[in-house]
Design a protein around this ligand. Structure first.
Ligand code: HSE
Length: 313
């Protein structure tokens, strides 16, 4: 019998369009698994990283100082461990550089699995700062909009200014997310460096209004207001050029009845929010539009209440 504990952490939609670095949404089904067990030594080590195909990962490092999973686990172990060692196995289910919170999912799954090895495991919310250490290494920023929904599930409002406090927002009733992952890659750290350092007062006012309206729309179950406010006037214009099929996919999603459609995190993934009953049609319209541009893709449909990270075995 294996003495490993296995944790699953879901992929996530960073920014959710309106809330750059401060709003995140968990996805269902897609996610990473991290297996953890006690080991000799006094550090967290990574025994293996496997890719989506089950084979040893060609790019991700087993060097514990270069892997978001071990960095998160070590941060937790340094503060709460008993001085022994921990061995991790990382099984990626989220494609790299996909805009689906891949590095965050590994960091969160590692924190959750390692937490289960502690004599007195912490409450799940208390793992956020440790998982964030892994994310900081990967993307060069302290943005929690992938880590927080991956850890806690659902829709999370998590501006840095409030950390470590985050706010779980109610999800509007009967609304799903559709996420399309085109077979492209965008490096988040690079995409962040390419953003302008300042924005005009006019744009800031528009985005502030949209974000406040969107949060209120979710809290008050107002689907029309969700549709009116799901727009990104600041970041999307700078990033959509990295995703060759962006305009076609967004047009197809809107034509099929999406409430709104924009980039997931730094892209290349594109997500739509929509009424539950429209989700399958919208997913196939988005896939078709993407393939018509000669780009392969995969899509996921999720409830807006998708569960967060948990121990599987
Ligand atoms: N908020 C981050 C960004 C998310 O947009 O750069 C990255 O997935």
């Amino acid at each position: 019998m294996s003495d490993f504990i296995t944790a699953f952490a879901p992929a996530s939609i960073g920014n959710v369009g309106v809330g750059f670095d401060m709003l995140g949404l968990a996805l269902a089904d897609a996610g990473d698994r991290v297996l953890a067990r006690r080991s000799d030594g006094d550090r967290v080590t990574v025994a293996e990283v496997r890719g989506l195909d089950g084979e040893l990962h060609p790019y991700l490092s087993t060097n514990a100082e270069e892997n978001t999973a071990s960095i998160a686990a070590q941060a937790l172990w340094d503060q709460h461990g008993d001085g022994g060692g921990v061995e991790l196995k990382v099984h990626k289910g989220v494609p790299l550089q996909s805009g689906m919170g891949s590095s965050a999912a590994s960091a969160v799954a590692a924190a959750v699995a390692t937490n289960a090895l502690l004599e007195a495991p912490l409450e799940i919310d208390a793992l956020l700062p440790f998982a964030l250490e892994g994310e900081k290494y990967a993307s060069g920023g302290m943005h929690p909009d992938n880590v927080a929904p991956s850890l806690l599930g659902g829709l999370i409002f998590c501006p840095e200014v409030l950390l470590p406090e985050v706010v779980r927002l109610p999800s509007p009733t009967g609304v799903s997310s559709v996420l399309l992952h085109p077979d492209l890659q965008v490096n988040t750290a690079q995409a962040r460096r390419a953003l302008p350092k300042s924005v005009s007062m006019d744009l800031w006012l528009q985005q502030q209004g949209l974000l406040a309206g969107f949060v209120y729309a979710c809290a008050s179950d107002d689907i029309d207001l969700v549709a009116k406010t799901l727009h990104d006037v600041i970041i999307e214009p700078h990033r959509k050029g990295n995703v060759a099929c962006f305009d076609e996919v967004v047009t197809a999603a809107n034509k099929a009845g999406a409430l709104g459609c924009t980039l997931s995190g730094s892209g290349p993934s594109i997500f739509a929010l929509c009424k539950d009953g429209d989700a399958r049609n919208i997913a196939s319209a988005m896939e078709q539009a993407c393939r018509s541009q000669g780009i392969g893709c995969q899509s996921w449909v999720s409830s807006m209440n998708a569960p967060g990270a948990h121990i599987e075995s």
